[in-house]
Design a protein around this ligand. Structure first.
Ligand code: ADP
Ligand code: MG
Length: 396
């Protein structure tokens, strides 16, 4: 079984360098490794100083690299879907149709196809280790919650199933002013839907996949790292390590840097306190850029010596259901969030948690079908939601 490690963090913090340093180290140790970039602003080719393409290319012994082209992936496997979606939307004028061509079907679609490519590569089983260099945080988050958003979207959009669709298609044009997808598109949609479910399972499989946060000791970035960690927990991903990059070396003896060193020290301490439940790796600030296998090996030798670094470094569930007497409790780890930011509501057999622009629909297990939320509390970074049996209350 191969292993997937996803590196994420704000733009410029050193995600690509850190991810690539891991890849170089693994390859040197004889592990068949693939490094994949899903960032639209690819820079793996710069860092390895080799031209890369849409399919993996060998850059060193045991090391392959790939810069995913989501449009190519989409055309290749799901071409009819985008046609179908385009037809489903009625346009006021032809200009809109043209501009629509530039946008890929729905927001985040590109990242989604990058992830599907990773799943495909994983399934092929060629590589022992797959290292993913992600797009900057904001987009990474949409990438991570995407499978859920899309499944939700598909369920709402195509609840009636294929047979009904066939019957509906002739009338829908006039009645709904909307053209339903052709059967080729429906087949593709179905295929995509199944794949999405599998992708979600893979990304949340704590034995295979983990996420690692890259940060630097600066206020804004530390704040964003904490926020990112909270959201990753909300979506139940396993974050198993933190990397603090660009640390000024102690050896620097220069007044100008003293103040900077103090500031860095303060944020390193904050990070150590807040991420005390996982390994933290520190990477120093090098006097020059860290390109090429030589520079990357230096990072690996200085900072990534841990023998277990490619293993899953921590497994803890961020969602736990427990039964207490006649009621049930769901604990969700939500560190660094304020009570007033959390908006909780109940959908049909699902619990909906909204924080800022992010919404998570948590499906409820069947046993809770007759239950509803009785209370919720947020304490020490854990949101506890209690469920009581509705019918029972009525009978009493
Ligand atoms: N510890 C470091 N010391 C010196 N330069 C670094 C270090 N980490 C990253 N860099 C340089 O900073 C730039 C941005 O790093 P990169 O890994 O591309 O960040 P990201 O992928 O997060 O945008 C690159 O030019 C890289 O060589
Ligand atoms: Mg990068």
């Amino acid at each position: 079984m191969s292993r997937i490690i996803i590196f994420t963090g704000k733009g410029g913090v050193g995600k690509t360098s850190t991810a690539a340093a891991h890849a170089v180290k693994a390859a040197k140790e004889g592990v068949k490794t693939l490094i994949v970039s899903t960032d639209m602003a690819h820079n793996l080719s710069d860092i390895f100083m080799k031209e890369l393409g849409k399919e993996p290319k060998e850059v060193e012994e045991n090391l392959w690299a790939l810069e995913v082209d989501p449009n190519y992936e989409m055309e290749l496997y799901y071409g009819s879907i985008s046609e179908a979606f385009k037809k489903m939307i009625t346009f006021q004028n032809s200009e809109d149709v043209e501009s629509f061509d530039d946008i890929v079907v729905f927001p985040g679609m590109e990242e989604l196809f990058s992830l599907l490519k990773i799943k495909k590569l994983y399934d092929e089983g060629i590589y022992e280790l797959i290292i993913v260099d992600c797009a900057p945080t904001g987009e990474t988050l949409s990438l991570l919650k995407l499978p859920e958003i899309l499944s939700w979207y598909m369920e709402k959009l195509f609840p009636i199933g294929k047979v009904c669709m066939k019957v509906l298609r002739p009338i829908s044009k006039t009645v709904f002013k909307l053209e339903l997808p052709s059967s080729a598109a429906l087949n593709d949609i179905e295929k995509l839907y199944v794949k999405l479910g599998e992708l979600q399972e893979l990304l949340k499989n704590r034995e295979v996949c983990s996420l690692r946060l890259v940060t630097v000791p600066e206020k804004m970035i530390v704040d964003e790292t904490k926020r990112n960690y909270m959201y990753l927990n909300l979506y139940n991903f396993n974050v198993d390590a933190l990397y603090i990059n660009r640390l000024l070396p102690d050896e620097i003896d220069n007044d100008f840097f003293d103040k900077w060193k103090d500031i860095q020290k303060k944020y390193v301490e904050i990070l150590q306190d807040t991420f005390s439940n996982m390994p933290i790796y520190k990477i120093k600030w090098y006097p020059t850029d860290v390109n090429g296998t030589e520079g990357l090996s230096r990072i690996a030798e200085d900072a990534l010596r841990d023998e277990k670094i490619f293993k899953v470094l921590k497994i803890s569930d961020s969602e736990v259901f427990t039964k207490t007497g006649t009621s049930y409790k769901l604990d969700i780890k939500l560190p660094f969030v304020e009570k007033q930011e959390v908006d909780l509501s109940e959908g049909e057999n699902e619990l909906i948690i909204k924080i800022g622009n992010f919404k998570r629909n948590i499906p409820m297990p069947d046993v809770l079908r007759k239950y509803s939320v009785s209370k919720a509390k947020l304490d020490a970074g854990i949101l506890s939601v209690y469920f009581e049996n509705k019918e029972r209350d009525l009978n009493e």
